[in-house]
Design a protein around this ligand. Structure first.
Ligand code: GDP
Ligand code: ZN
Length: 391
């Protein structure tokens, strides 16, 4: 069994006490706790081992074992067949019970342990289907600023999602070097007033004032994901966390939605201090979900005025009796905002088109993946039968 000896002995002794002494990586650094240990107990008797999923590929999963070894694992046929929806299938961040294989047999995921927290999104167009974008995330950090990105409605939606998932919310009002201390304090206070459970901090990533705050949450065993609009400083912060070894690029592939890392494609990445970051396409998309509504809401005051336009099909440009244009001319609406309002519908149409195109690509991609997984499963079942001499 080689390196598995330590696991067996530890699990036999029960409790987490003797565990801190393992060097390199250990289950606790990976987020393992007494609840998972309890859930895992029945499987331990079968000789299976706990593992945490770090990546989903088109044909299988990758997982960290307790000693930090990275292995490929496949889904058992039973788990595949008994899953009533996508949310029942293992996802990045999940803890699973793995039956270890050997040269001739794959490592197999036999059981999915109950999730402590779960980030789900409803699939567009199919409201009953939910997709897990990250399991067992402890902290979600939202990065924003006190200026152009500041938007309480959007923040409220982040809080709804985070609250539903069961994770803790941390907000960084970043780029404090660009705003007055009073502006930053005020922005932080307004965000904090939305949800008393959220922790709000004023930071400046380029002055290394964000790193310290982030690190205070990244205690051993913590899994964090970082979300927020592009340009708020997420990559800057993450790259500071990792130093030179691993770089996160803000760039997202339009078709697959995948962010690009320069050195690894892992979606759950361990940090030096025994914490982890989850960064997968779904997490990055969070910022896109709400854009249309947020856009509309930021023009709600003008929308109200349109009721006063003479014609129902008023384009609010040169139309006679336009209440919106009238308000602008009387100085009630900033001319620049008026222009933005005129472009709002085409802005939204463009946004919608981009998301639809992207969604179609993602769905095609997911379908293909599922087919390949299913086909591989059938192949494997056949291979196992062959091995046993069955036909
Ligand atoms: P991301 O899209 O959220 O990953 O944002 P980036 O980390 O790529 O940052 C976008 C830009 O903002 C870059 O030019 C950064 O150098 C800059 N930036 C990040 N943090 C700060 C900060 O605290 N202050 C200032 N002034 N600029 C920052
Ligand atoms: Zn009008």
């Amino acid at each position: 069994m080689g390196h598995w000896a330590f696991l067996d002995s530890r699990l036999d002794s029960g409790g987490l006490a003797g565990y801190a002494s393992f060097p390199l990586m250990d289950l606790v650094s990976l987020g393992w706790n007494t609840d998972f240990e309890k859930a895992f107990a029945p499987y331990q008797a079968k000789g299976w081992v706990p593992a945490r999923l770090i990546r989903e590929t088109p044909i299988n999963y990758s997982a960290f074992l307790g000693d930090g070894e990275e292995v490929d694992v496949i889904l058992s046929g039973r788990l595949w067949h008994t899953a009533s929806c996508d949310a029942d299938l293992p996802a990045v961040g999940d803890w699973v019970a793995v039956e270890l294989g050997n040269e001739n047999h794959d490592h197999v995921i036999r059981e999915l342990l109950p999730r402590r927290t779960c980030f789900c999104r409803k699939m567009p167009g199919n409201s009953s289907q939910a997709q897990v974008i990250g399991a067992n995330v402890d902290v979600v950090t939202v990065v924003t600023d006190a200026g152009p990105d500041f938007n309480l409605r959007r923040m409220e939606r982040y809080f709804t999602l985070i609250g539903r998932s069961g994770a803790k919310a941390v907000v960084l009002v970043n780029k404090s070097d660009l705003f007055s201390p009073a502006e930053c304090r005020e922005a932080a206070a307004e965000i904090g007033a939305l949800w008393s459970e959220a922790a709000v901090h004023v930071t400046s990533a380029i002055n290394n004032r964000g790193l310290k705050v982030l690190k205070s949450y990244l205690t051993k065993g913590t899994t964090m994901c970082i979300v927020g609009s592009s340009g708020t400083g997420k990559s800057t912060l993450v790259n500071q966390l990792y130093g030179e070894e691993w770089q996160w690029t803000g760039e997202v592939n339009e078709t697959t939605g995948k962010g690009r890392h320069t050195t690894t494609s892992r979606e759950l990445v361990p940090l030096p201090g025994g914490a982890m970051l989850i960064d997968n396409p779904g997490m990055r998309e969070i910022q896109m979900w709400t854009d249309e509504t947020t856009l509309r809401e930021s023009f709600a005051d003008i929308e109200v005025l349109t009721a006063g336009c003479r014609f129902a099909d008023c384009r609010h440009r040169k139309d006679a009796g336009c209440a919106v244009r009238g308000a602008m001319e009387r100085g009630g609406i900033d001319p620049a905002r008026y222009e933005s309002f005129l472009n709002l519908e085409s802005e939204i149409a463009r946004l919608r088109k981009r998301m639809e195109k992207r969604q179609m690509a993602v769905e095609r991609w997911a379908k293909r993946n599922n087919r390949v997984k299913a086909r591989n499963l059938a192949d494997r079942i056949q291979l196992e039968k062959d091995d046993r001499g069955e036909i």
